[in-house]
Each structure stands twice: as C-alpha cells, then as structure tokens.
Design a protein around this ligand. Sequence first.
Ligand code: PHE
Length: 366
Amino acid sequence: MTDITSQTEAALLAIAAADSLDMLEAQRLETLGKKGWVSLALKTLGGMTPEERTAAAPAIQSARASVAGALEAKKAALEAAELEAQLAREAIDLTLPAQAAHKGSVHPVSQVMDELAEIFADLGFAVATGPEIEDDWHNFTALNMDETHPARAMHDTFYFPDKTGDGKDVLLRTHTSPVQIRSMLAQGAPLRLIAPGRVYRSDSDATHTPMFHQVEGLVIDRDIHLGHLKWTLETFFKAFFEREDIVLRLRPSYFPFTEPSVEVDVGYSTEGGRRIVGGHGDAPGHAWMEIGGSGMVNVRVLEFAGVDPAEYQGFAFGLGIDRIAMLKYGMNDLRAFFDGDGRWLAHYGFSPFDQPTLSAGVGARA
Ligand code: PHE
C-alpha cells in the first residue's frame, strides 16, 4: 500500500518536472509502459484471491488513473508550449517593407532585338520569323547553294539523322537567310522586313558559340539599288548607337544569294581597351570593323522564291546581333552571354520596365 502511494508520489513529481516530450515519454514507459510498475502491479491482481483483489485493486487503479491523468495533462502542456515557441520563432512582421531578394532582368540579346524592332519599325519594316529546324532547300538550295556548292561546307552545319518526307536533309539553320525565302513565298513582293533569331554552327571559341543570333534584313520592291541598302544600314546604326558620326564602308565580297555582294564595315576607335563605334575608319586612331554581309538579292533567289526579277529587285543584309550588342554595351567575351550567370545578368541585364523607344532613346539604361 504505502509502497504504491510513495511510488505514485514520486512518479507525479517526475512527470511535473519533465520539460520535454522525450522526458515525459520516459516517465510513461516507467509507469504505464508494458514493463512499467503500474502495469506490473495491475498484473499481480490476476493471481490474487477475490478477497485480496478487492482489497488491493482500488489503490492500484487509483495510482494508474492519477499517473495517466498527469501524463496526459503534462503532454498537452508541453505541446502547447512547443507550438507557442514555434509561432514566436516563425513570426512574420507584416509591417516590414518587402525585400526584393532577386530581381530578374532582360538579357542584352533580347534588349537589342527589341531595339532593332523599334528602329526598323520606324522605317516601315515588319518583323518576320522562321523555324530554327530547317530543311536543306530553304537554308541552302533556294539561296543559290546547290548540293555541290563549296559555301555549304563553310557553314559547319549541324545535321539531324533523319530526312524530311520528301528526302531533304534536316538541319539547324546556319543563318537567318532562309526567312527571306519563306517570307517571299508566303507574301510575295513588295516586302520590307527584318528577321531576328537564333542560328547554329559547329564552332566554338571566345568570339564564336555554337548558337548565336543574327538579324536578317530584306527589302523587295521596284527600283531598289545599293544606295538604299547603304542608307538603310547607316540610318539604323545611327539610331542604334545613338550618334551621328557613323561611317560605313561597303567592301566588295561574295555571297551566293546576293549579286553584287558587299561586306559592311564600320569605323571605330579604341578607348581604354573598349571599342567605340564612330568616325571614319581611315582617320588617325581609327580602324574598320566588319559587322555584317549584304548585297542585292540574287536573281536566282528571286526565281526560287517566286518573285519576278523583271519587275522586282531588292537588297538583303545579315548582322550578328550578339556582336553589335557587345559593341554597344561593352562586353568582351561572347561565351558569357550564354552562361546564365546571375552576376553577369545583374550587371548587363535591363529592366523589364525600360522598353526601348525612339523618343526616350533606344538604349536607355535603367
Ligand atoms: N547569311 C549570311 C551569313 O550568315 C549573311 C548575309 C545575309 C549576307 C544577307 C548577305 C545577305 O553569313
């Protein structure tokens, strides 16, 4: 009797002193657990005579009840305390201003594409697109490069293993020029468009990546000549670089899809290791830099694209978008454009709220 009473008192003290759910569980095992003293005491009732049992049972039952009640009450108290602590720990102060943990930015290539669209739209050019997975006919043949044309080998083309249903090779377009063909076939003449987008060549070093960006320009109309081409490019570059002293040099060249063909150079100087576009390339301290290819659309290309060369002619040009982005915004390694490094993007990226407009300046910095 006294034994049970003192054991119960000791257990109730230990339960009251438990300050964690683990300690409380240890107390439960010692009392009500399978081998706990309360459980063992209850078991002894089975081996007693009815008289003995009547005498012993109430004390044991009441010990069990008070221990169980104490365990339950303490458990509820400990759980409530833990919840309070957690709520205090995880409190959010809604009166604090929101923190801009990460701010997204517009990639310079996207920015320059928007600038291109803005400037050329002002000159009456529409924006056209074409598939990056092209067939051999649009990428080469219709651009006056038949199967045996040596220029095909110069393009380091990525080919797919399968062919189209009608047996054409499938490839990643090596330039934006196939959009010329698709646009002429779809819309006929006259035409005035730019076609910015991704192109692919198996090439990789500090100034070449296997994927890069070009913008194609195409004007088809009556009485178009090289003077229109030069004026258009000059007007574009003046608006793009936001300076009047842009000097272009057209240098005779060769492309299968233009005749005559000219390479376009722009005069620049160097300040602190950075190239600054502007000025005559032959002036002291200046030089010429190639920025693209162009020419009068080859009669054969007009024929392939269903445009009558007796009535229409036109000019086309192709510029490297990444390259003019580097020139305008001062990056020196092309590969960093495509690394997805957050620090690079934070430094060179643009605010999405800063849409290029001609009135506000096409290259305004946030
Ligand atoms: N497609 C040519 C290239 O990628 C560039 C070009 C376009 C040249 C249009 C002339 C006319 O090299």
